[in-house]
Design a protein around this ligand. Sequence first.
Ligand code: NDP
Ligand code: OXD
Length: 312
Amino acid sequence: MPVVAFYSNHSNAKLQSEWENKIQVHYPLVNLVPLLSDQAENAIIALLWKAPLERVKNLNNLKGLISLGQGVDHILKDNIINNKMPVVRIVDPFMAKSMSHWVVMCVLNFTRDTFGYYDQQKNKIYKPRKEKNFTNLKIAIYGIGAIGSVVAKDLKKLGFKVYGWSRTQKKIPGIICLIGKDKFKNLLKSCDIHICLLPLTKETYNIFDNSSFKIMKHGSCFINAGRGEQVVEEHLIKNCKSGHISSAILDVYRKEPLPKKSKLWEQENISIWPHVAAETNPETAAKQIANAIRCIENGQIPPNTIERKLGY
Ligand code: NDP
Ligand code: OXD
C-alpha cells in the first residue's frame, strides 16, 4: 500500500480526499497522508504544490516527487531537493486546452478592444472603434512545449500569423518555429502580441525586462502565464504607463498571492488574474499520477520525469 505525502498550498482535508478518491479509481491501494503529519514519515512518494521543501527533504523513505502542476520550479526552488530524486510533472491535454482558451480570450479582447467598448458602455457611447486587421497581426509564443504548441495551433486556426520560440528546434505545421537569442530579439521587435508560456529556469529568469519591452513595437500586447519571475514587474509597469505596451494580461507573479501593495493592481492597462489560466484538474490528471506512483514504487522511471539539469 504506497503511502503518498500530500501538500498543496490551497490544501485542506477536502482537497486531499478528492485527490485520493480520484487516484484510487486507477490504483485503489494508494493512501494519501498530509505532508506535515507523522504518517508522512512512511511516504515513498510526495505529491506536491508549493510545499515546505525542508520538510520534504527530511522524509527518509521518499523514492520520487510528483508535481501537482505542469511546472516543477516550486520543487526545484533553491536546490533544496537532492538532484538524484526523480521529479515527475503533470502533462495534461485538458490543461493545455484550458490555457489555450484563456490565451485566445486575452488575444481577442485585445484585437476586438473589449475594454474600450466596456468604457463606452459606461458612458452610453454607441460608436465603432478602430478595428485591427487581424491578418496583419503577428503573435509570438515563447515556449511551445506541451502547452504552448496547443495554444500556437489554436491561434493559427483563428487566422493569426504565429511564431513559436523554444530551446530546441521544433516543427509544427503552420507555425514559424525559431530558436536562439537572436531570434528571440527578432520576435520581440517584429510581433504585435507576445505570449510567455516558458518554464522558470536560470535562462528564463527576468527574460522580460526593460531591454525586452523597449524593443517591442509601440502598442504591443504582453501576456504572461509562464511564471512571475520571468518578468521584471517594475519594468512592465513603466512600459505600460508610457503606453509603449498598450495592454498586459498577467496570470502569474513574482510573489503569489499578489500582495495588496503591488503597483500592478493600479495600472489600468494591466489585467490581473489569480494564477488560474490552466488549473490542475484531479479528474483528468489522476490517471497519470496513479501511473507515476506505480512506476516509482516499482523502481521504474515514470513518463514526464523531468531532466534535472534542464530545470523543467
Ligand atoms: P514544456 O516543458 O512542455 O514546454 C516548455 C517550452 O519552453 C518548450 O518549448 C521549451 O523548449 C521552452 N523553453 C524552455 N527553456 C527555454 C529557453 N531557455 N529558451 C527557449 N525556450 C525554452 O512545459 P509546459 O508547456 O507544460 O508548461 C510551460 C510552463 O507553463 C510551466 O513550466 C509553468 O511555468 C506554466 N504553466 C502555467 C499555468 C498557469 O495556470 N498559469 C498552468 C500550467 C503551466 P524545448 O521544447 O526545446 O524543450
Ligand atoms: C502549473 C501551474 O504549473 O498551474 O501547472 O502553474
